[in-house]
Ligand binder design. Structure first.
Ligand SMILES: [Zn+2]
Length: 130
């Protein structure tokens, strides 16, 4: 019984703070950054490496939130889709067959300000040693 108690306490102590948080391993030495919230949906961004800056500001947003906004504002045709083409830009692409292998870029939409260096991204890249 004593053994059981010890075990419970140990597990609780290690995991209590991170409950619901899927980040796998604890980061050594680098101090924990304050949570970053998405300026579009207000929820926390766990994976900053895939986040984008907001369309009208520097604050980061979820990639999916940006994508959803793009789909809303671009009024896509039946064979059109939004694709991320890198460097903070999306493109509206039109698929030419059902297998969705051939497509044409119909227009490019710059989402992040081009060439802008965002503070949160710099901090994230530093943390990752980039
Ligand atoms: Zn969001």
């Amino acid at each position: 019984m004593a053994e059981g108690n010890k075990d419970t306490r140990k597990r609780f102590g290690r995991r209590g703070r991170d409950r619901g948080d899927r980040r796998s391993e604890p980061k050594p030495k680098v101090p924990e950054l304050p949570p970053v919230m998405c300026s579009m949906c207000g929820k926390q961004i766990f994976d900053l490496s895939s986040a984008l800056a907001g369309q009208s500001g520097a604050d980061p947003v979820h990639f999916d939130c940006a994508l959803a906004r793009m789909a809303e504002t671009e009024q896509l045709g039946p064979n059109e889709k939004i694709a991320y083409i890198g460097r903070g830009a999306f493109a509206v692409v039109e698929y030419r067959d059902k297998s969705m292998t051939a497509f044409t870029v119909k227009r490019r939409v710059q989402w992040e300000k081009e060439g802008e260096k965002y503070e949160w991204r710099r901090a994230m890249q530093q943390r990752m040693g980039l």
